[in-house]
Design a protein around this ligand. Structure first.
Ligand SMILES: [Zn+2]
Length: 503
C-alpha cells in the first residue's frame, strides 16, 4: 500500500494557494489575466519556499483554456494534462542532476524552436539553475536573446550570485522569502486537521521552528512525526525520534535574560544541555530569537510573522525591555562568543555572556540611579515608536522625542534636523548645521515655525531658534557624495532635495 506524501498531497495548485508568497502570486496572476506575462523568469529564494510550485502553476495558468482571474482552473483538458504529467510540452530540468545537464544544450537549443505538441506554450522549468554548466548557460543565453514566441523559461535558484548577469538581465526576477512562522503554523494546523492528526501547540511550534521557513521541510516533518506517533504528535516524539531542537527552552532562556533573571536563565540553559542540546546550537538559536525580538521591538510584534506561542512570549518580553537593551545583549553575545569560541568548555561562552549581561544591567542601574532616568522613561513611554528612544540625560533624551514629533509633522524638516547638533542655553536653542543649504532651509519661516511649535510641544516651553553653520565645513553641498557612504543619510539627502523641489 503506497501512501501519498503529505507534501505532494497539499502542494499548491493555484496562485491563491501559494501561502506566504502573496506578493509574487498577485503579480503573476495579474500578468496571466492580462496576457502580459514574460518569456523568461528567474525565481530566487531559499529551499522549500514554493519556487517550483509557482513555476508549475504559472505553466498551467498560461496554458489553461479558461483561467480564472489568472489562476489555472485545474479542470480543463490542458490543466489536467499538466497535473497528470502527461504532456511533453512542460519540460522540467533539474540542473543539479548530471545526467540531465549533459543533454541540456540539446534540449534547450534544438527543442525550444519546435512548436508545442499539445499546449499553447512550451514551458521550461530549470530547477537549481545555478548548477548549469558554462556551456549550458551560453546556450540558454542565446535562446533568451530571441525567445521563440511559444516558449517560456522559468529558472529557479537558491544562489542568485551564480546566475550570470547577462541571464539575470533577460529575466523577470521574483524573490521568494522564507515563509513566516504565522503562515506556516496556520497551514500546518490546517493540514493536521484535514488528516485528523492530533498535535498540540508546542509541538506545532517545534516543527515550525525546525523547518526554518521552508514549507516542504515543515510538511515532511509533520508527515514523518505522524508516521512515528500514529496520529498523536507530542513533544517527546519530536525531540527523541526526530531530534528536533526544543525551541521553547531557547525562548524561555531569552525571556529570563531580558527579565534580568540571571539565575533562572542559567538554569534553563543547563537543563537544555542535560537534555542533549548542543551548546553551539543553543547559542545560534538564542541569537536568532534575540534578532527577531529586536526587529519586533522596532516594527511591532505583529510585523514579524511569529507563531502564536512566540508572539505571546515576545509581547511579554517587550513589556520588560526595549530596543537599546536588546542591542546591548546581542552585542555582548557576539563579543563573548568571539572571545571564548575555542575554549575547552563549549558552554562557557554562553554562561559568560549571560553573566556579563546581568552585570551590565546592574552597572546601568547604578549609573542611572542619580541621573535623569525619569526623563528618559517619560520620553520612552510617550514615543510613538515605543521603546526606540534612548539617549543619556537631559535634553538629548527629549531631543529624540522631539525629532519623532517633527517627523510626524514634516518629514523633510525632520531629515534636515537629523544632521544638526542642538545646543540648549536658557531659552535659546542653537542648531549647528554642516551645510549652508541646511541652515537656510530651517531659517525659512514656515520650517522654523514647525521647529518652534514642536519644541514647545515636547519641552513645554518656548525656545528661540538660532541657526549657525559649523565652522570649517564647505558651504556648498556636495551633499549627495558626502552622504552616500553613510547608512541612510542618502535617503535623507534625497528627502531634503525632494522637499526643495515641491516647496
Ligand atoms: Zn485549465
Amino acid at each position: 500500500m503506497s501512501k501519498i506524501a503529505l507534501y505532494r498531497k497539499y502542494r499548491p495548485v493555484s496562485f491563491d494557494e501559494l501561502y506566504g508568497q502573496e506578493h509574487i502570486a498577485t503579480t503573476l496572476k495579474n500578468s496571466v489575466a492580462t496576457g502580459a506575462f514574460s518569456h523568461a523568469y528567474l525565481f530566487y529564494g531559499p529551499r522549500g519556499t514554493g519556487k517550483t510550485s509557482a513555476a508549475r502553476i504559472l505553466a498551467k495558468a498560461i496554458n489553461c483554456e479558461h483561467n480564472v482571474s489568472g489562476n489555472p482552473d485545474n479542470k480543463c483538458e490542458k490543466c489536467q494534462l499538466i497535473n497528470d504529467g502527461k504532456t511533453v510540452d512542460i519540460i522540467e530540468i533539474d540542473a543539479a542532476s548530471h545526467t540531465q545537464v549533459d543533454n541540456i544544450r540539446e534540449v534547450i537549443i534544438e527543442k525550444a524552436s519546435f512548436v508545442p505538441t499539445s499546449l499553447r506554450y512550451k514551458v521550461y522549468i530549470i530547477d537549481e539553475a545555478h548548477m548549469l554548466s558554462k556551456s549550458s548557460f551560453n546556450a540558454l543565453l542565446k535562446t533568451l536573446e530571441e525567445p521563440p514566441e511559444h516558449a517560456v523559461f522559468i529558472l529557479a535558484t537558491t544562489e542568485i550570485n551564480k546566475i550570470i548577469p547577462t541571464i539575470q538581465s533577460r529575466c523577470q526576477r521574483f524573490d521568494f522569502r522564507r515563509i513566516d512562522d504565522a503562515s506556516m503554523e496556520k497551514r500546518l494546523a490546517y493540514i493536521a486537521k484535514q488528516e485528523k492528526i492530533e498535535i498540540d501547540a508546542k509541538s506545532l511550534e517545534m516543527i515550525v521552528r525546525a523547518s526554518e521557513g521552508g514549507f516542504r521541510d515543515a510538511i515532511s516533518l509533520l508527515d514523518q512525526a505522524n508516521d512515528l506517533a500514529g496520529g498523536k504528535i507530542t513533544e517527546a516524539v519530536l525531540a527523541s525520534v526526530l531530534g528536533l531542537a526544543d525551541f521553547a527552552s531557547v525562548e524561555d532562556y531569552v525571556f529570563a535574560l531580558v527579565s534580568k533573571e540571571t539565575k533562572s536563565a542559567l538554569e534553563i540553559f543547563h537543563k537544555a544541555l542535560e537534555n542533549g542540546y548542543e551548546p553551539g546550537q543553543f547559542y545560534k538559536n538564542s541569537l536568532e530569537t534575540l534578532r527577531r525580538l529586536l526587529f519586533a521591538s522596532i516594527s511591532g510584534v505583529e510585523e514579524v510573522g511569529l507563531s502564536t506561542v512566540t508572539a505571546k512570549m515576545f509581547i511579554e518580553a517587550l513589556a520588560k525591555t526595549g530596543t537599546s537593551e536588546i542591542l546591548q545583549i546581542i552585542d555582548t553575545f557576539i563579543k563573548t562568543d568571539t572571545a571564548y569560541k575555542y575554549s575547552v568548555l563549549p558552554q562557557l561562552s554562553l554562561e559568560i555572556a549571560t553573566t556579563k549581561i546581568a552585570l551590565g544591567f546592574e552597572e546601568q542601574a547604578d549609573k542611572t540611579k542619580y541621573s535623569s532616568s525619569a526623563v528618559e522613561k517619560q520620553a520612552e513611554s510617550s514615543s510613538p515608536q515605543g521603546r526606540l528612544v534612548t539617549g543619556k540625560g537631559n535634553p538629548e533624551a527629549k531631543w529624540q522625542q522631539f525629532l519623532l514629533e517633527v517627523k510626524n509633522k514634516n518629514t523633510s524638516v525632520h531629515a534636515i534636523l537629523r544632521v544638526c547638533e542642538p545646543d540648549f542655553k536658557g531659552n535659546e536653542v542653537c542648531l549647528t548645521f554642516p551645510y549652508k543649504f541646511h541652515k537656510e532651509r530651517i531659517e525659512d519661516t514656515r520650517n522654523r515655525e514647525v521647529v518652534e511649535e514642536m519644541l514647545t510641544k515636547v519641552y513645554g516651553e518656548k525656545y528661540i531658534v538660532k541657526c549657525v553653520l559649523k565652522t570649517g565645513m564647505a558651504n556648498e553641498p556636495a551633499v549627495i557624495q558626502k552622504f552616500a557612504g553613510k547608512d541612510d543619510l542618502l535617503d535623507d539627502a534625497l528627502e531634503i532635495f525632494g522637499g526643495e523641489v515641491t516647496d
